[in-house]
Design a protein. Structure first.
Length: 106
């Protein structure tokens, strides 16, 4: 059973989560995986409960990478619901608000 205050590690969808945060969304749809990688639930999760366990930046150092992020941001900004992100229970990593855009590529 999932509790409402549990934190989740993003497996796939960091750009979507960060873009949703930047636009002012409070929640995002997520597929929640069990320890075997099987989807056990799909629900709206508070962005405050999400962690980026592998990266604390999003690489936008090349035009193609910046375009990819901006396309995601603009789609969300203008009302398109992004596909669900994929998460698992966990608390490793940084909060979405602390994930930065890296224009240098470090």
């Amino acid at each position: 059973m999932l509790l409402t205050n549990q934190t989740f590690e993003i497996i796939d969808g960091l750009r979507r989560a960060k873009a949703a945060y930047m636009v002012g969304y409070k929640t995002i749809t997520a597929h929640i995986l069990d320890t075997k990688g099987k989807i056990i639930d799909t629900r709206e999760l508070s962005l405050d409960l999400l962690r980026s366990p592998y990266k604390n930046t999003i690489d936008v150092s090349h035009q193609r990478k910046m375009d990819r992020f901006m396309e995601t941001l603009n789609q969300i900004k203008y009302g398109s619901n992004p596909p669900p992100i994929i998460v698992q229970l966990g608390s490793r990593g940084v909060n979405i608000e602390d994930v930065n855009l890296d224009s240098i590529g470090e």
